[in-house]
Design a protein around this ligand. Sequence first.
Ligand SMILES: [Zn+2]
Length: 425
Amino acid sequence: MRQDLIGHSEEGRPIWVLQMGVQAAALRILIVSGQHGDEDRGWMAVQRFAADDPVQADQSVPVAIALVPNINPDGAARRTRTNARGVDLNRDHLRLTSAETRALHRFVRAWRPHLVVDVHQFPPRRRHLLARQLIFCHDVFLDVPTHPAAQHPALGDAGTRLLQPILSALNAAGYRSARYTRVTESGRVRHSTVDVVDARNGLALRYQLPTVLVEGRGWSRGDGPAVKAHVLAGMQEALRLIVQWAQANYARLTEAPPGPASVPIRTRYRPAASPRTLEFADPHSSLIRPVELPGRFTPHVETKARVHLPRAYAVPRTLPTLVELLRRHAFALVPSPPDRVERIERYRVNELKPPRPNRSPRKIELQMSTEHQPLHDYLLLSTAAGAGPALAVLLEPASNYGLARFADMGIPLTPQSAYPILRVL
Ligand SMILES: [Zn+2]
């Protein structure tokens, strides 16, 4: 096994990647754990997975595996969820404000994995569920990207091509597992967020690759050594099954997906016809039973608006925070050739409501005009080579998980004014 440095944390701690399997293999899988520094179970499962060297056992399809067991060494040293500057790394894949997420993205761009697995642990006891005498009884939860612009054909519709076989294999092997389900205090039942700030959605969108979230059961009062060993074995088995699945789906993963004709930029949660049923344990008797979760189960994400991709987006140089962020994401920013007249589309914001701080407007009404003009004070970002979907989600004014929602980005989005980012045809 080879160990390489991929960068340093905010406090200068090294971040390592371990390379396993066949170095020159055509199939590459990246496994990351420890984004949350207080989740050492993910790190332990990944270490065990590496020690067992599962790649040696199965050479049917040669595979290279890169493991970043501890992407947040400062958080791990402090036993905190965040990094040394208080940034939750798994909410930083859009802004890339921290050294750790930047190092990870740099590695992804250089190594170009076909699949990224992000390993976490979840707290089995949540106060609002305990109040209803419910404790999560699962060993492993899995999930896939949820933003519609972050979908990869290899995972199938809503990830079923991956989730179905792996969850049933885990359950058959005695590891209680299901699709990751969040139950919020306010009664929303969802499969995590659609926002592109986390690794699962953020990496999938930016690099148009499939990702998988693995959530192992976290430590809990009363869990004996047998429970802990069982959960670790279940997480290790999940990782082994994911690698095996990737080998079986080699062609789908390594084939470049067709460039999208249009990109979904505005989404809405759609409720299911029936409530979500999930197994829970009783805190007193430890008895496990299926429970119909109260509250709105909104598992479907519906596309409300899509855009056709322009040839490029033009960003004014006068928006330095935005330009800097786009550079961090390593998008190529090219000055428009002097005196060349471009055909562009410009948005005008007619109506916007309500523009709450750091949230996307609930309703936006735009009007578009086509013009011809030279773009002296602009930088052009090409939508070719897989960059299109990410650029559309980040830059379109109607995108509800885009950058215009952040006040400090300085992208004016106000009624009765022109939107500063242009579409170049
Ligand atoms: Zn986590």
